[in-house]
Design a protein around this ligand. Structure first.
Ligand code: SF4
Length: 349
């Protein structure tokens, strides 16, 4: 929702200032899906606003819902006809998490990621990013889902720190108590590890969580999996993370998607242990081992028993590590699977 456009439209119509507050409360507080529902507004204002400042900056095209209802993926058609995907997950009984996309496609080409296969088509605007949360809140209201959506991860399509200004604008909307009002500690931004972006992010959003997609702790292997490593090798990434934790004792989440026979061997665990120990302050680094989800890429998932063995090596070395619960595979909304696919719908929004 572009509140500035709504304010300009109301001003043009000589509406009193309190009308904007009424719109804001209805959109963010009551999560109305259309101006028609804002009955306190005169009819002519509702009609004008619907044209001048649509509540959502995209049209939801389809929503897929996993059989147990805990993972939902939506395809969103943007004003220029391009499409992105966004995901809603319920990792625990009372908690809903929205996974946001920040770009149409991605230029970084991580070899295990379906989005990376698309290349970059364009950046999303701040409005298109934060509207994904608005969209899921509207969906939850329509579906009668009781619990709050108060957890957001920037882990969908795209590299957030490569679209910094728009991501920053969306974060301000999520944090603003008069808009989404989500606590900073409930928001995580994930990056392949762009050092300048990490420094800027630390300065601008010191309370928002940082996650780094590591996936390998040895340069040759990481450069093969995450090509950005050629520009920002592990030593540079390590320095950026050390500076980050040095600023405010904030924790960093290290994401590590386990690929069978590629980065899940005993030697890979030892490389990871050495890398994290080399960062100092090991208590501030938390490793998330991700059970990889099959995509169009040629990799296979590490089976859970092997993942547990890998985890045990790291735990025995005194590191903090969890195997991340895998949600969303049924709707192709799990980690690394977002590609705005056009497969048949399960349910219309
Ligand atoms: S993992 Fe993230 S940065 Fe890498 S290609 Fe996929 S979307 Fe881009």
């Amino acid at each position: 929702m572009d509140l500035k456009a709504a304010a300009a439209a109301l001003k043009g119509l000589h509406a009193p200032a309190f009308r904007l507050d009424q719109v804001r409360r209805a959109v963010y507080g009551q999560t109305v899906s259309s101006y028609e529902e804002i009955s306190v507004l005169p009819l002519d204002l509702r009609q004008e606003l619907a044209g001048a400042a649509p509540i959502l900056s995209f049209i939801p095209r389809e929503i897929k819902i996993a059989p147990d209802g805990r993972a939902r993926k939506a395809a969103l058609v943007l004003r220029d006809g391009k499409a992105v995907e966004t995901v809603l997950l319920k990792p625990s009984p009372q908690r809903w998490t929205a996974c946001l996309s920040t770009q149409v496609g991605c230029a970084f080409g991580c070899v295990f990621c379906a989005t990376g296969l698309m290349g970059l088509e364009r950046d999303l605007t701040g409005e298109e990013i934060s509207d994904q949360v608005l969209f899921w809140r509207q969906h939850m209201r329509r579906e009668g889902l009781q619990d709050r959506l108060d957890n957001v991860v920037y882990m969908g399509m795209g590299e957030p720190l490569a679209n910094y200004e728009a991501v920053a604008e969306s974060l301000r909307s999520l944090l603003d108590p008069r808009q989404h009002g989500i606590g900073a500690r409930h928001i995580s931004v994930s990056t392949v590890g762009i050092p300048d972006g990490i420094a800027r992010f630390a300065e601008d959003f010191p309370q928002v969580n940082l996650a780094v997609s590591l996936h390998a702790a040895q340069d040759d292997l990481r450069s093969r999996l995450v090509p950005a490593n050629r520009a920002f090798p592990l030593a540079k990434l390590a320095r950026a993370m050390e500076e980050y934790v040095g600023r405010g004792n904030r924790k960093v989440f290290l994401e590590y998607a386990l690929l069978s026979g590629v980065n899940d061997r005993a030697g890979d665990a030892q490389d990871l242990i050495a890398f994290v120990r080399g960062l100092g302050r090991t208590e501030l680094f938390h490793i998330n081992l991700i059970l990889y989800n099959p995509t169009q890429t040629p990799f296979e998932a590490t089976a859970e028993p092997e993942a547990r063995r890998f985890q045990k090596c790291l735990l025995d070395a005194g590191l903090k590590v969890t195997v991340r619960q895998s949600l969303g595979a049924e709707v192709r909304g799990a980690c690394g699977q977002l590609i705005a696919d056009r497969s048949p719908d399960v349910r219309q929004p």
